[in-house]
Design a protein around this ligand. Structure first.
Ligand code: FES
Length: 127
C-alpha cells in the first residue's frame, strides 16, 4: 500500500501552515476529487527561505505537499521550478497507482507560488 515515507509525511507533515506576508502564493485544485492545495513562499536572495502549505485533501495529497515543501526549502527559484510531480513521487518511494493523481497538485502549487512571486517582483521593479 503506502510506503513508510508516505505514512511518515502524512502522520507528521512538515511545514504546515500559512505565511502571512508571503512573497508568493499558489493555489491549485484537483478536478478529479475537488481537493485544494495552497503554497506560500518567502524568498530571499533568489532562494526559497521559507515555505508553508495548507492542503484540504487526502492523505497522499498531504504527504505530497509535505515532501514538496521539504524539497523546495533552501533551493533557488530556478532549482525549485525543476521539482516535478514525478520527482516528488520518487522521493516518497512511490504512490499506489490509484493515488497517483493526488501527486499532480504538489509541484504545480509550488510553481504557481513561484510564478506569483516573479510577477509581484516584476511589478515592484517597474515602480
Ligand atoms: Fe484528492 Fe487525493 S483524493 S488529492
Amino acid at each position: 500500500m503506502y510506503s513508510k515515507k508516505v505514512m511518515d509525511h502524512f502522520m507528521h507533515p512538515r511545514n504546515v501552515g500559512e505565511i502571512k506576508d508571503a512573497d508568493g502564493i499558489g493555489e491549485v485544485g484537483n478536478p478529479v476529487c475537488g481537493d485544494l492545495m495552497t503554497f506560500y513562499i518567502k524568498v530571499e536572495n533568489n532562494k526559497i527561505k521559507d515555505v508553508k502549505f495548507k492542503t484540504f485533501g487526502c492523505g497522499a495529497a498531504i504527504a505530497v505537499s509535505s515532501m514538496v515543501s521539504e524539497l523546495a526549502k533552501g533551493k533557488t527559484i530556478e532549482e525549485a521550478m525543476k521539482v516535478t510531480n514525478k520527482i516528488v513521487v520518487g522521493e516518497l518511494d512511490g504512490l499506489p497507482s490509484q493515488k497517483l493523481h493526488c501527486s499532480n497538485l504538489g509541484a504545480d502549487a509550488l510553481h504557481k507560488a513561484i510564478k506569483n512571486y516573479l510577477e509581484k517582483k516584476k511589478d515592484k521593479d517597474k515602480k
